[in-house]
Design a protein around this ligand. Structure first.
Ligand code: SAH
Ligand code: SF4
Ligand code: F3S
Length: 458
């Protein structure tokens, strides 16, 4: 970038407000942090609201139709702020990043002229250049040619915020499930070299991070010079890192070594998100998931043999093309057999350009809604049961900070449950980053309430 461009990009004009709205999955959460890292040297600091910002970035998700539509309504809201600003002789820049940017870059420019720039997930390191160019000629769009490697090489040092952090180790997807846009929006599978991942892990630890979640669309397909089980072992060697998790996994890549790590590596938490999508082998085949319902159940068996208390969570789609009542009942049966600690479930959403969008046997909206309601009834009950089963147990909680009420701290259990507890006299903030054993006294659908042991004894 030339001096003149840098100046236009804002580095010499003093501090500027940056507001990032994040939609979608863990990959976007990570990318949002990294965009803030890239823009910090240009003078951009976090603004509390879009109204106070000079640049608003919408980091978008394309996974279901609703997610995509949300982007356009949000652009509409920002356009009003931008117009009010212009009337005062100032500007608000609007950037669209993430998977909608990648999938619909040109359409965004056409449908939403208020947008100043469009940047795909693998191009976020080019934001400074794009901002400078957008200041010159509006509407410059740069979406990716899928160079995840280049992206990681170009990013500045990571700035951590809080006791838990995501660490991206793998990007993209080559699985091509027939319902899914991710292989098109995120490109080919790419694993970061283990040395780069470990350097970032150490940098996070040095900034006080105690829990690292290794992330990727298919994180267990990791192959950056070692496999995921080995990588977990290496991260575990960082003394101050107390907890390790990984997400999201594909059943096909659940290797015996990784399963064994759940029994052998004490820092690896007893919790796993393993999407199954359907309990019907026929539907799984049409989804191109490359495994059967029985394969999934065998994996769960092995995981529970390695780590009996492991908390399982999953993703399920209802109403995939060709799903009749009989196939849906197979999903219900699988759910009952596994007993999930938590789950995400969705109505199938037809995504343009994916194979399933043009399949025969599309399921009507009413049937989808009915099946989803029935499924969620069972999943919610399972989640409540799992939470209630913790009552009376003493669990180690990694404290994230002060709770909502005075005297309270909040954090997570090993099973990823939200826990809040009273910690008696003194500022609960003193416990941030510590692992405190607390007795669980009450449970609801979404969280646990506890008491610090010294309080419990009193
Ligand atoms: N890589 C992860 C998940 C990526 S998307 C995996 O393979 O499991 C997150 C979840 O969104 C998926 O697991 C799936 O359940 C859901 N999903 C993806 N495409 C969808 C669609 N077209 N309609 C409904 N749900 C979908
Ligand atoms: Fe999508 Fe399937 Fe890849 Fe997951 S594995 S991101 S569901 S294509
Ligand atoms: Fe959405 Fe892209 Fe993640 S489509 S789910 S933000 S990879």
């Amino acid at each position: 970038m030339s001096d003149a461009e840098q100046r236009r990009a804002g580095s010499i004009n003093g501090p500027k407000g940056l507001y990032i709205e994040t939609y979608g999955c863990q990959m976007n959460l990570y990318d949002s942090e990294r965009m803030a890292d890239v823009l910090r040297p240009l003078g951009y600091a976090q603004a509390a609201t879009p109204e106070e910002a000079d640049l608003v970035i919408l980091n978008t998700c394309h996974i279901r139709e609703k997610a995509t539509e949300k982007v356009y309504s949000e652009i509409g809201r920002l356009r009003l702020i931008k117009e009010a600003r212009r009337a005062e002789g100032r500007d608000l820049s609007i950037a669209v990043a993430g998977c909608v940017a990648q999938a619909e870059g040109e359409e965004i420019a056409r449908r939403a002229p208020a947008v100043d720039l469009v940047v795909g997930p693998q191009s976020l390191h080019k934001l400074p250049e794009l901002i400078a160019r957008a200041a010159r000629a509006k509407g410059v769009a740069l979406t990716a040619e899928f160079t995840a490697e280049e992206k990681f090489d170009a990013l500045p040092e990571r700035r951590a915020d809080g006791v838990s952090a995501f660490l991206s180790v793998q990007e993209g997807c080559d699985k091509f499930c027939t319902f899914c846009v991710v292989p098109y929006t995120r490109g080919a599978e790419y694993s970061r070299p283990a040395e780069a991942v470990l350097a970032e892990a150490r940098a996070l630890a040095a900034q006080g991070v105690r829990e690292i979640t290794l992330i990727g669309q298919n994180v267990n397909a990791y192959h950056g010079g070692m496999d995921l089980a080995e990588l977990i072992g290496e991260v575990a060697k960082i003394e101050t890192v107390a907890r390790i998790r990984y997400t999201t996994s594909h059943p096909l890549e659940m290797s015996d070594a990784l399963i064994a790590a759940h029994g052998e590596e004490p820092k690896l938490m007893p919790q796993l998100h393993l999407p199954v999508q359907s309990g019907s082998t026929r539907i799984l085949k049409a989804m191109n998931r490359k495994h059967t319902a029985d394969d999934y159940l065998r994996i769960i068996e092995k995981l529970r043999a390695a780590r009996p208390d492991i908390a399982m969570s999953t993703d399920i789609i209802v109403g995939f093309p060709g799903e009749r009542d009989a196939e849906f009942e197979e999903t219900m049966a699988l759910v009952r057999e596994v007993g999930f600690a938590s789950a995400f479930s969705f109505k199938y959403s037809r995504r343009p350009g994916t194979p399933a969008a043009s399949m025969q046997g599309q399921v009507g909206e009413d049937a989808k809604a009915e099946r989803l309601a029935r499924l969620q009834g069972v999943l919610n009950a399972q989640q409540r049961m799992f939470n209630e089963a913790q009552i009376g147990r003493v669990l180690p909680v990694l404290v994230a900070g002060r709770g909502r009420r005075p005297g309270q701290a909040h954090g997570r259990s090993p099973y990823l449950q939200a826990v809040h507890f009273d910690c008696g006299v003194g500022d609960p903030g003193r416990l941030t980053g510590e692992i405190v054993s607390v007795r669980i006294e009450a449970a609801s659908q979404n969280s646990l309430a506890a008491r610090a042991p010294n309080e419990a004894a009193a």
